[in-house]
Design a protein. Structure first.
Length: 173
């Protein structure tokens, strides 16, 4: 009886060992795409030490002087969507050229959506519900996208074409 118990325990152990080895072998030879790998450029441009009010005022003045739309990007470096927005805007050559030609951009750090909220409120946005929030301001000071400013919080999921189309559409507002 003890012999059967020992053989049975040994068989269970060998079965477990074989299954473990096969599982490791299958995992090591089957490439699995890294789900966290960014399919968008990223940049860290939301600096908490900057004087956001001064930066926004300067960007608005420049936008008015150059007859360009000012983009007030309110985000944080901890946020992958904020990093994606900054990346698309600064690293991608086509989008950064479009921005240089038609827009003035400034980046405002909002920390955990609790810093520089007065800047959002200045443009009629009561709170930051997601990052980034992208406020588009016409050269005459009108907010062009109050209802859609928060929709940029999915920037990391957007394609280059979607980013470009949204910026092109802003020029027509």
């Amino acid at each position: 009886m003890q012999l059967i118990f020992v053989v049975s325990a040994a068989m269970r152990y060998l079965s477990f060992l074989l299954i473990s080895i096969l599982a490791m072998a299958c995992t090591s030879i089957t490439p699995v795409p890294d789900a966290s790998a960014a399919e968008h450029p990223e940049a860290l441009l939301f600096e908490e030490t900057r004087d956001a009010k001064t930066d926004v005022d300067a960007a608005l003045a420049r936008g008015a002087a150059e007859n360009k739309i000012t983009l007030v990007a309110m985000g944080a470096n901890w946020c992958h969507d904020s990093r994606a927005l900054a990346g698309w805007f600064t690293i991608d050559e086509d989008i950064s050229a479009l921005l240089a030609r038609d827009f003035v951009v400034t980046y405002v750090d909002v920390a955990q959506k609790n810093r520089n909220i007065d800047i959002a409120q200045r443009f009629g946005i009561d709170s930051i519900v997601g990052t980034p929030t992208l406020i588009m301001v016409a050269p005459d000071g009108r907010v062009l996208n109050k209802d859609t400013a928060v929709t940029w919080r999915n920037t990391a999921s957007r394609s280059k074409a979607e980013i470009k189309d949204a910026l092109d559409a802003a020029k027509a507002l």
